[in-house]
Design a protein around this ligand. Structure first.
Ligand SMILES: *Cc1c(COP(=O)(O)O)cnc(C)c1O
Length: 488
């Protein structure tokens, strides 16, 4: 290698740096000693300022990596179980390093010859996994469910209202609405705003205790929308709600959407992982009736972020996103057989995020990944049983996928006190660097809705690990409550 190119990401230059990074990752994790660094935001902010105070230091990579590792909430620690934040597989991380080093960009074939073909092949495999005809479907890798939901609703708007909407905006007098459950992801509202429909264009549909959309309520909302002179353009069904993993009734959603000429978008950002498991895949029966689907392999798929996927059942529905950019996909190149993925994405420069997932699938297969999904599901069932068996803990509902929703509930505490106790005990565990437990609120109004959740995505965590986590929750609850209950 010449001196002039020594700084570029060639293997010879990378090897010693990688060694250093791995050393720093180990040192940082050891220094942390738990699922997250102790101390609250103020302490971490001070440590961050200190870490960044180095200037032109040869050791910046070592020192900052060590600090990053120290200051991380480590999803590989079994006590880090708050979010859909998975521990990535070593295999996938190594594959992603190859992508970083080579830096292919999928906006034109001449920046990514092999990656273009690999993404196309992965999209066909995933289309088949959800039950689409892979020859008719199309899709793209995305930054995640947020972008995929935006794409689904963009296609819904343009397909249902006509492609002119993409060019001229909404015609006067048309009031499009989107139907999604109260437990749907907030990115649905965000997408409605970005698409010029306004957040209030999302009509929310009632859910049951498990947070599944009530199909009778969906039918009622659709009728009410039509009566009010609104045009239902899309029904969003969630396959795996963020909080409980509940799967909306997909067949009724498909029937009702079709009855109203509306698009069906299935947000399977979490539940898509269930498709890998023979045991859990039947929960998503009906997903093949969707017009579009969101999947997220950086959740229930053990990929480093970002590994989102958007799928459309019919490639033609992509019409309004097609683009001809003279410098990227000239028509004569396409006629000469050079493929272009430019019109598949909202983005231009785009990382080869398909690669790590392909490496994972080719190594472990659907079966191997499915075994990891099953391990997390089993752990959730066992942990839910432990919640029920423990005193002072109350299970909200049986786990659907890999999430356990519960709360600390000492005898004699009223709804408002329970909310305060659960919120505070979670922060106490964070401050101590003991555990990262999720906190959410059930839909509705008034006190008594705060819940804790364990989102179990570590397939190597054990019932002993989650048992210790539940014991830590209870002990923190007792400390926060004090010996005298409310007065304590
Ligand atoms: C996480 C999640 C999203 C958002 O996905 P990102 O990858 O974070 O953008 C959307 N929908 C559901 C159901 C989710 O759980």
């Amino acid at each position: 290698m010449s001196a002039e190119t020594a700084g570029l990401a060639r293997p010879a230059a990378l090897r010693p740096l990688l060694d250093l990074v791995l050393t720093a990752l180990e040192a940082g994790a050891q220094h942390r000693g738990g699922p997250l660094p102790p101390g609250g935001p103020e302490l971490i902010a001070g440590q961050t300022r200190l870490a960044l105070s180095i200037q032109h230091d040869q050791d910046a990579l070592l020192r900052l990596t060590e600090f990053l590792a120290f200051g991380t909430a480590d999803p590989a620690d079994p006590a880090c179980a708050a979010h859909l934040h998975c521990p990535p597989l070593a295999l996938a991380v190594a594959a992603d390093l190859a992508v970083s080093a080579l830096n292919p960009s999928l906006d034109s074939w001449d920046q990514a010859p092999a990656a273009t073909g690999m993404e196309t092949a992965l999209i066909a495999e995933l289309a088949e996994l959800v039950g689409f005809d892979p020859a008719a479907a199309a899709g793209v890798l995305t930054t995640g469910g947020t972008e995929s939901n935006l794409m689904g609703l963009l296609l819904a708007r343009d397909q249902v209202l006509g492609g002119e909407v993409a060019l001229d905006g909404l015609p006067p007098g048309v009031r499009p609405v989107i139907l999604a459950s109260e437990a749907a992801h907030f990115s649905v509202q965000r997408a409605a705003a970005l698409l010029g429909l306004g957040e209030r264009a999302v009509r929310t549909v009632r859910v049951d205790r498990e947070l599944r959309m009530d199909p009778a309520a969906l039918a009622g909302e659709l009728r009410a929308a039509v009566r009010a002179g609104q045009r239902p353009i899309a029904v969003v069904a969630t396959a795996g709600t963020t909080d409980t993993g509940a799967v909306d009734p997909l067949h009724p959603a498909a029937e009702l959407a079709a009855e109203h000429g509306a698009w069906l978008h299935v947000d399977a950002a979490y539940g898509g992982g269930a498709l890998l498991s023979d045991r859990l895949a039947p929960l998503l029966d009906g997903i093949a009736r969707a017009d579009s689907v969101s999947l997220d392999w950086h959740k229930f798929g053990w990929q480093p972020a970002a590994a989102g996927v958007f799928l459309a059942r019919r490639a033609e529905s992509y019409g309004s996103l097609a683009r001809r950019a003279a410098y990227l996909n000239p028509a004569d190149d396409e006629q000469a057989g050079y493929p272009s993925l430019l019109g598949r994405s909202l983005r231009t420069t785009r990382r080869a995020d398909a690669f790590k997932l392909l490496v994972t699938l080719r190594t472990l297969g659907r079966k191997g990944l499915g075994a990891l999904v099953d391990a997390c599901h089993d752990l959730a069932l066992t942990t839910a049983g432990a919640v029920v068996a423990a005193g002072e803990l109350e299970l909200h509902c049986a786990p659907v996928l890999s999430t356990v929703v519960f709360r600390y509930r000492p005898a004699g505490a009223g709804p408002a006190e329970l909310d305060r106790l659960n919120a505070e005990l979670r922060r106490e565990l964070l401050r101590a660097g003991r555990a990262v437990v999720g906190r959410t609120e059930l839909p509705g109004t008034g006190p008594g809705r705060v819940r804790l959740k364990l989102t179990l995505l570590n397939p190597y965590a054990t019932p002993a690990d989650t048992g210790a986590l539940l014991a830590a929750v209870r002990a923190a609850g007792q400390r926060v409550r004090g010996p005298g209950g409310e007065q304590g």
